[in-house]
Design a protein around this ligand. Structure first.
Ligand code: UDX
Length: 442
C-alpha cells in the first residue's frame, strides 16, 4: 500500500537506513510519499540494495524499495551530509546486549553525535532503536555537553514491527507511541504516519521508552506462562493447545502469543527482557516475574533435548535431524535463535546432527562461523534430513513442516521418532503412521 504523505514537503532521514527496522521505516515512509534519505555506513549493503538484493527477507519490502527508489522518493546514501536537508531524522541503529544484559547504546550515541556534528540546520532526532528508559534524556544531556543541543531535539518513537510482517505492521499499527518534552515535536512525528483511527499516545520520553520494553516483556510473559502450563499438562494428561484456546477466548486474555513450544527467541524479546531486568537492578528493585519468564524460557528450550534423551537412552553417536534454524517462520534470521543453543546441546552430548531450514541454507548465509555449530551437516529439505535418522526434532513452525508427508518420513527414518518443539501435528496422525511422537504439553 502506498499512502498520502500527511505532512507535505517534509524531508525525512533514517540513520541505520539498511538495517531491519531502518529499511522498513525508510521504504514505508517513501511509500507514503515522503522524500526519504536512508543513510548507512555499509557501502556493500548499499550496493546490494541498489542492485535489488536486500540484506534480509521481508515480505513486500523488495518491491517497495524498488518502486520508491525508481520514483526518486527513496535515496540511499553513505554520505552523512546528505541528511542536512532532512528536518526529521529517525535513528534505527542496533542496541545489542552487553554481557550483563544491559543494552549497548554506543551505536545510538555515535549516530546522534555524528549526525549533529555534520549538520547546520536543526532537526528532530527520533529514536526508533529499542533503548533503556532514560536514554533520550541522557542523549540530550550528552549533546548539551558537546554544545550540539541547538542542532537536535530528541523524540522517542518506538517500533513494534514483527520480523516477517514488518511492512504489513507498518501499514497497520495497533498504536503509534511518541515521547517528547516538546508537544509540537511529538505531534509532528506522530502526524507523519499515523493512519486515521489508529490510537496515538504522545507522552514523556520515559513512558514511551518503557511502553516498548514492557510490551515485549508482556509478550514474553504470555509465552512463558503457557509454557509453564504445558509442563503441568504433561503430568496430568491435558492438551496445552486446548488450554490456550479455552483461556484465549476470554477477551481479557486473547489467544495471541499462547502457542506453547521451545519458547521465544530472536533478536528482540530476550534482549529487551534482559535490558529491562538490568534496569530494575540498577534501581535496586527486584524483577521477580521477568526473571522467572527468562528462567522458564531457558527450561523449555532444552526440554526437547531431554525428551530425545529419554526416548533414545543416550545421544552419543545418535543421528538427529533438526528441522528449522530460523528463530521463527517467514524469516531467514537466526540471530539469537533458540535452534543454536539446542543444536549445541545435542553436539555437546555426542549426537551427529543434520539441520535444514527452508530459508536458511548454510552457515555462511546464516552468518555463522564454523565454530558455532561444528560438524553439523546442512541439507536443503526435511526429507533429505530425515534419511537414516534416529530422531527428528522440529524447532521452527514452518508451513512446509506442517505439510510433511509422514508416510514418506517414516520410510526414510532408521527409527520413527519425532520430538516436536512447535506442536505442529495431530497426535493421531503420527500414531496412524506408527511414528513415536512427543510435543510440548500435548
Ligand atoms: C517481537 C515483537 O513481536 C515485536 O512487536 C517487536 O517489535 C520485536 O520483537 P519478533 O522478534 O519479530 O517481534 O518475533 P515474534 O513474532 O514476537 O516472535 C518471537 C518469538 O516468540 C519467536 O521465537 C516465536 O517463535 C515465539 N513465539 C511467538 C512463541 O513461542 N509462542 C507464541 O505464541 C508466539
Amino acid at each position: 500500500m502506498k499512502g498520502e504523505s500527511k505532512l507535505n514537503n517534509v524531508v525525512i532521514g533514517v540513520v541505520g537506513g539498511l538495517g531491519h527496522i531502518g529499511l522498513i521505516q525508510s521504504a514505508c515512509l517513501a511509500g507514503l510519499g515522503y522524500n526519504t534519505i536512508a543513510y548507512d555506513i555499509d557501502k556493500e549493503k548499499i550496493a546490494g540494495v541498489l542492485n535489488g538484493k536486500l540484506p534480509f527477507e521481508e515480505a513486500g519490502l523488495q518491491k517497495l524499495v524498488r518502486e520508491t527508489v525508481n520514483d526518486g522518493l527513496l535515496k540511499i546514501t553513505a554520505q552523512i551530509d546528505d541528511l542536512e536537508e532532512a528536518e526529521i531524522v529517525f535513528i534505527c541503529v542496533g542496541t545489542p546486549s552487553l554481557s550483563n544484559g544491559e543494552a549497548d547504546l554506543s551505536q545510538v550515541y555515535q549516530a546522534v553525535e555524528q549526525m549533529a556534528r555534520n549538520r547546520n540546520r536543526h532537526c528532530l532526532a527520533v529514536i526508533k532503536s529499542t533503548v533503556p528508559v532514560g536514554a533520550s534524556a541522557k542523549l540530550t544531556a550528552h549533546l548539551k555537553k558537546l554544545n550540539l543541543s541547538n542542532k537536535v531535539t530528541m523524540v522517542s518513537n518506538p517500533e513494534f514491527l514483527r520480523e516477517g510482517s514488518g511492512v504489513e505492521d507498518f501499514w497497520n499499527p495497533a498504536r503509534i507511541v511518541v515521547g517528547s518534552e516538546i508537544k509540537e515535536a511529538g505531534e509532528k512525528v506522530a502526524g507523519l504516519y499515523a493512519p486515521d483511527g489508529v490510537p496515538v499516545i504522545i507522552t514523556s520520553w520515559e513512558s514511551s521508552e518503557l511502553i516498548k520494553l514492557a510490551s515485549n516483556a508482556f509478550l514474553s510473559t504470555k509465552i512463558s506462562f503457557i509454557n509453564e502450563i504445558s509442563i503441568l499438562c504433561e503430568q496430568v494428561g491435558a492438551d496445552v493447545r486446548t488450554i490456550s484456546k479455552g483461556i484465549g477466548l476470554d477477551p481479557r486474555i486473547n489467544p495471541h502469543f499462547l502457542a506453547a513450544g521451545v519458547g521465544f527467541s530472536g533478536p528482540c524479546l530476550e534482549k529487551d527482557l534482559q535490558s529491562l531486568i538490568d534496569q530494575f537492578k540498577k534501581t535496586n528493585q527486584k524483577a521477580r516475574i521477568l526473571e522467572s519468564v527468562l528462567e522458564v524460557n531457558e527450561t523449555l528450550r532444552h526440554s526437547v533435548v531431554e525428551k530425545l534423551l529419554a526416548e533414545l537412552g543416550r545421544l552419543k553417536d545418535k543421528n538427529i535431524a533438526v528441522l528449522g534454524m530460523a528463530f521463527k517462520e517467514e524469516t531467514d534470521d537466526v540471530r539469537q535463535s533458540h535452534s543454536l543453543p539446542i543444536v549445541q546441546n545435542l553436539i555437546s552430548q555426542g549426537a551427529m546432527v543434520t539441520v535444514t531450514d527452508p530459508w536458511v541454507k548454510s552457515p555462511e548465509q546464516a552468518g555463522l562461523s564454523e565454530d558455532v555449530l561444528p560438524g553439523v551437516t546442512w541439507v536443503d529439505s526435511p526429507y533429505a534430513a530425515a534419511k537414516d535418522k534416529d530422531a527428528i526434532l522440529i524447532l521452527t513452525a514452518w508451513q512446509e513442516y506442517r505439510d510433511l508427508d509422514l508416510a514418506r518420513i517414516k520410510q526414510l527414518m532408521a527409527n520413527p521418532l519425532i520430538v516436536d518443539g512447535r506442536n505442529l501435528f495431530n497426535k493421531d496422525d503420527l500414531k496412524a503412521q506408527e511414528i513415536k511422537y512427543q510435543g510440548v504439553g500435548i
